[in-house]
Design a protein around this ligand. Sequence first.
Ligand code: NAD
Length: 471
Amino acid sequence: MSKTIRFFEQVNKNFDEAARYTDYPEGLLKQIKICNSVYHMTFPLKRDDGTIETVHAWRAEHSHHKLPTKGGIRYAANVNEDEVMALAALMTYKCAIVDVPFGGAKGGVQISTYKYSKSELERITRRYTFELVKKNFIGPGVDVPAPDYGTGAQEMSWIADTYMAMSNNELDALACVTGKPVTQGGVRGRTEATGRGVYYGIREACENAEDMKRLGLTPGLDGKTVIVQGLGNVGYHAAKFLQEGGAVIVGIAEYEGAIYNPKGLDVDTVFQQRRERGSILKVDGGEKIEETTKLLEYPCDILVPAALENQITMENVHRIQAKIIGEAANGPVTSDANKVLREKGVMIIPDMYLNAGGVTVSYFEWLKNISHVRFGRMGKRFEKRINTEMLRAIEKLTGKTFDQEIFDRIATGADEADLVNSGLEETMVNAYWEIRNIQQRHEDKIDLRTAAFIDAIEKVARSYYELGIFP
Ligand code: NAD
């Protein structure tokens, strides 16, 4: 059985485990779990050297209980139908957990990005979009892709441009995809949103004194040691925000190797030196580890897998030393390994909650695109004027003057980045407590993943009841 088939089964196994704690009818649970539609396409690519290649690609829409459906597009050599179905299912549950009113979807293109030139990647992306348009698998009210592993703002920009070229002056066409560059209708804060959300989620969990005591740790993020796997979009930003929040990044793994330094690594230095020198093994200082996955077994308080699925398995789980695992990637811990970790008392902050910052800010971008106005544009000046008047009144009443720096900080109005980050923090903190409260409702006999699934099942089930499908 292939690795990826197990991934969808794992998602469903976790779902079934949580469903045992609910009393919804079997038929409804089946409907929630099933993947509604999958489109497998193949198309030819004319390579720069004139040869022709066939590209396999997919788009899976897991649940239409809310529209549009939403989910990233992954470019990876081993992506396949089962994997996109699993990831689409996780998107449904993720959106429910953070109250983003979308169904779940996911796309995949079976290519290794490094083997293709930029113009070949552009042709692949545009042709993939064309196929999605033809089959009604993309559109602001239908299905809205976003970046995932191997894709970023550039690909989203090509998708938006192709969609708009085919859309016959549709007013909301830009809302067909999120994660676009700000100049192309993107929203400030989207690039770093998933990593920032990972930081908020881990910070919130670490502030819970009761949980930290049970793990033998002190409350708060300050001084906690962290190992991060993957220095891509999610891993880099998560590591950076965790470091800024007081954690000590002691290890970073990339595909070619890893680096470990118990005294701490500077995330930006590692990132830049790796880029300049071509390998993490050439970065200054620290112990270099050629067998990259070995780093996962090194001592740390918090392990953040932020690369790919199936990284902590029955093969290495017994050697994992971390007390907290923050699942920044989708599905990094297999369900069997999850059981072992639970028995060991390790706290796992589950993917479907922890990496939901990306889809949360994608939702804000979609709102911006359909409302055709930048967040903060209407209120910023007004807020600034009111705040200034209030501060001046306080100065007059007290006869004292504020320090200029403090005055300027308080007197400001919120701009787009402030509002996006505030909305993201609010979402991640609220969702954490919703899940934690469900865990407490079950007297802490279930883990956070099961609590997150119960939360998602309850919310999706409620939608079906509201639709009148299940009386
Ligand atoms: P990315 O392509 O930007 O980065 C992934 C990084 O992992 C790359 O730097 C790659 O070299 C590295 N990597 C690959 N194999 C590795 C290995 N064996 N060991 C160590 N590093 C390895 O992708 P991303 O967008 O950061 O996505 C990472 C994970 O986060 C995926 O599971 C994705 O589904 C999930 N995710 C991403 C987003 C998002 O907004 N981008 C949102 C939610 C979840």
